[in-house]
Design a protein. Structure first.
Length: 82
């Protein structure tokens, strides 16, 4: 697929609550495990200017969403290749 990464300034980010981000973190943890990606300390950090930060060294939530998109794409490719 030819998607562009979500930028930290994307206005859609403001619609994600702390609860949404925690749910997405759990999904990244689960999907990333089979690729050897382990984020034991990943959690939400704080909200700045209406944007929830994720504790990947205070990365914006867009980093989490972009990582999840990559994992979902990799999962689809693995499924299609089987």
């Amino acid at each position: 697929m030819n998607r562009h990464p979500m930028k930290p300034t994307d206005p859609r980010i403001r619609h994600y609550t702390d609860r949404h981000i925690r749910t997405l973190l759990a999904e990244v943890q689960e999907r990333g495990r089979k690729f050897g990606l382990i984020f034991p300390s990943a959690d939400t950090d704080r909200t700045i200017n209406g944007r929830v930060l994720v504790r990947f060294n205070t990365a914006p939530a867009s980093t989490l969403l972009n990582l999840l998109t990559l994992l979902l794409d990799a999962d689809r490719e693995t499924w299609c290749d089987s």
